[in-house]
Design a protein around this ligand. Structure first.
Ligand code: 6R9
Length: 641
């Protein structure tokens, strides 16, 4: 039986006590429309919605608040000016602790966002246009997201670590005519050539990008293409720029994420439902109290940065810290320095970072004053109980509750998490469903499993923050999420529910691997490898990795006549980095004469996974293989890799 860690006692300002959770959760299931129309009052609407949910999962057709109109920039900025104009909205901590930081109030944020919105308009961007953001982790990235929302444009943020090839694919897939970027980014003192990557991406595209807005960050020398590229300062103006009125179901953003097949999918989130989900989950999960400093360490290139750096905190008139750097620069105490310096109250990060810092010893933590911390959170992958305990005891001094939040790009915000003052914690378990969420575990045939059980995690009913489609390809949305178990949303995760109704995510059950909390489709890495002229076939699987959670293991067969060598191995690693980006760098590269296939030619990934895991005892039935003898040579190869 897992050990239970008691929740702290509720205080008079606690947003949710155990009794309140039970009552609200029940109400959210019994009367979703009533519940969410009431919650919708968290947002300012131009037309208050009277309709709640209108949805079906077979085929998917999802709407919430369809007669409501609003603007999320208004909700995150303008509406706070009267009451919170002088409240700190954002704090910027630069990559180098010696560089100047910045903090700005809601009034100042308003001015910044209007300037970016006017610059976007000057380039010709308007309602419904897709705008690709390829930004460093600086305040201007947040301004740019809000500026898009302000004018009704749809942002598509591409993580600054993606290669020009990946970037080009994402610009093309949503036919984006406008880009916002910076000269360079900084990460751990290394420069990231953002504008040069944009140029390289645009060189590959046929479709014209008409406007590139460039922020000066490092001051590097960059090439500006006349008529297309504009310095932000040349287009910015303080002219009046009212918020565009948009429908609740108008798209707010597209975010590309990896799936089990094909290219990354452009997940579409709409304004009303997503905005409400960001607002409500931020309020309850983090029990956010006015004046507190909230720090989510995710990059805005990921969904966690969208919902919990930008929208969740700002819609709640909170103070959100934006950190440009990395946890180990200039040393392994940087996170703790930032918490100490800015008196952070709520800290939200990924298990991979916790494991990496835990390895460096307690001294980095104990030498800093972390007494401001009240609450800790994790996201992105399952957290092992050992890392959980270190986070709880050493970072949180045993006093801060931990929220282990399970959710996905497609869910918009938290789905399963303990609430900090309502639920006791079990290290390694995400906990209980959030309001309105009906999780269901099913076996491989789709039969519902009741009580304590382990199976595939589905969600049976829609919730406001749910993604509505895959940009430009609704059939793919249907296929990817609603066809495996018809009538249910399938998450792709395996999960166990215990006797207390706590959920334990066991990891992906599809061909997606989770590397340092980032989703990577094995098919994407395979496609990159086979593009190399010497590679014949590739099969990619995950394997357990102490720090990253999962590492990338690549089986590669070469074309006839090509020689295996250490040089080629290094070259292929570099190749994948160039094709996708550093986050896709293979950890293991295993040259093999062949891949295990059934007689019908299907690669038996189960066997490849087991061998990558060094688990040879349970390879299962190998008799259906076209060439069973291959298994021995694969095992031998594994031992030499
Ligand atoms: C928010 C985010 C989603 C996948 C998801 C699951 C894994 C996320 C988790 C977790 C265990 C948690 N995941 N949070 N697994 N415990 N608390 O990470 O979105 O990048 O789309 O990844 O991450 O496997 O399916 P995204």
């Amino acid at each position: 039986m897992a050990q239970i860690v008691q929740r702290p006692a509720a205080t008079p300002t606690t947003h949710c006590t155990p009794d309140q959770y039970d009552a609200l959760y029940q109400q959210s299931l019994d009367d979703p429309d009533g519940f969410w129309l009431e919650q919708a009052k968290r947002l300012d609407w131009f037309d208050q919605p009277t309709k709640g949910a209108e949805w079906s999962f077979a085929p998917p057709d999802i709407k919430w608040f369809s007669d409501g109109t609003l603007n999320l920039c208004h909700n995150a900025v303008d509406r706070h000016l009267g009451t919170h104009g002088d409240t700190t909205a954002l704090i910027f901590e630069p990559d180098s602790p010696d560089a100047p930081g910045r903090s700005l109030t809601y009034s100042e944020l308003y001015g910044e966002v209007v300037r970016v919105a006017n610059a976007l308009k000057a380039m010709g961007a308007g309602k419904g246009d897709r705008v690709t953001l390829y930004m460093p982790m600086v305040l201007e990235g947040v301004f740019a997201m809000l500026a898009c929302a302000r004018i009704g444009a749809i942002h598509s943020v591409v993580f600054g670590g993606f290669s020009p090839e990946s970037l080009a694919g994402r610009i093309e897939a949503c036919d984006s005519k406008f880009i916002i970027t910076a000269d360079e980014g900084l990460r751990g003192s290394k420069r990231v050539p953002l504008k040069a990557n944009i140029d390289a991406a645009l060189d590959q595209l046929d479709a014209p990008v008409t406007g590139v807005l460039v922020f000066k960050h490092t001051g590097a020398d960059i090439t500006m293409t006349e008529g297309r590229d504009h310095w932000f300062t040349d287009l910015a103006s303080d002219d009046d720029c009212p918020c565009e009125v948009v429908n609740a179901e108008d798209p707010l953003f597209i975010l590309y994420t990896s799936g089990s097949t094909g290219k990354p999918k452009g997940v579409v989130h709409t304004t009303g439902g997503y905005g409400l989900w960001a607002a409500t989950t931020f309020h309850y999960t983090f029990d956010y109290q006015p004046g507190e400093v909230f720090w989510c360490s995710a990059d805005i290139g990921w969904v966690t940065g969208h919902t919990y750096v930008t929208y969740g905190p700002l819609i709640n008139a909170g103070t959100s810290l934006v950190f440009e750097g990395v946890p180990n620069y200039p040393d392994h105490g940087r996170f703790w320095d930032v918490i100490d310096k800015h008196q952070v109250n709520i800290f939200y990060t990924a298990p991979t970072a916790i494991r990496a810092l835990m390895r460096e010893g307690d001294e980095y933590v104990t030498s800093r004053d972390l007494s401001s911390l009240r609450l800790l959170g994790t996201v992105g992958e399952p957290i092992n109980p050992e890392a959980w305990r270190w986070y709880h005891n050493v970072v949180g001094k045993g006093a801060s509750p931990i929220v282990d939040t399970w959710w996905q790009t497609e869910t918009g915000g938290h789905m399963i998490t303990t609430l900090p003052y309502a639920h006791d914690m079990k290290p390694g378990s995400a906990g209980k469903p959030f309001f309105g969420i009906r999780p269901q575990l099913v076996d491989n045939d789709g039969n519902e499993l009741s009580g304590a059980a382990e199976g595939n995690l589905c969600i049976t009913d829609s919730w406001p923050g749910q993604a509505r489609t895959v940009y430009g390809d609704h059939d793919r949305f249907h296929e990817a999420y609603f066809s495996t178990y018809p009538g249910k949303y399938f998450t792709g995760d395996g999960c166990r529910r215990d006797e207390d109704g706590y959920y334990w995510i066991t990891g992906r059950v599809d061909d997606v691997i989770n590397v340092s909390g980032h989703r990577m489709g094995t098919a994407e890495v395979e496609s990159a490898l086979v593009l190399h002229p010497k590679v014949s076939e590739a099969a990619v699987v995950g394997f357990p990795h102490d720090i990253k959670g999962q590492g990338i293991y690549c089986y590669v067969t070469l074309n006839a006549g090509e020689e295996q060598s250490d040089e080629l191995q290094a070259e292929l690693r570099q190749w994948v980095r160039k094709e996708i980006g550093p986050i896709a760098t293979p950890d293991m590269l295993h040259f093999t004469e062949g891949l295990p296939k059934t007689r019908s030619g299907k690669i038996m990934r189960r066997i490849l996974r087991k061998i990558a895991e060094n688990d040879y005892g349970s390879l299962g039935d190998t008799s259906t293989l076209a060439d069973p003898s291959l298994v021995d040579s694969l095992i031998e190869g594994r031992q030499n890799t």
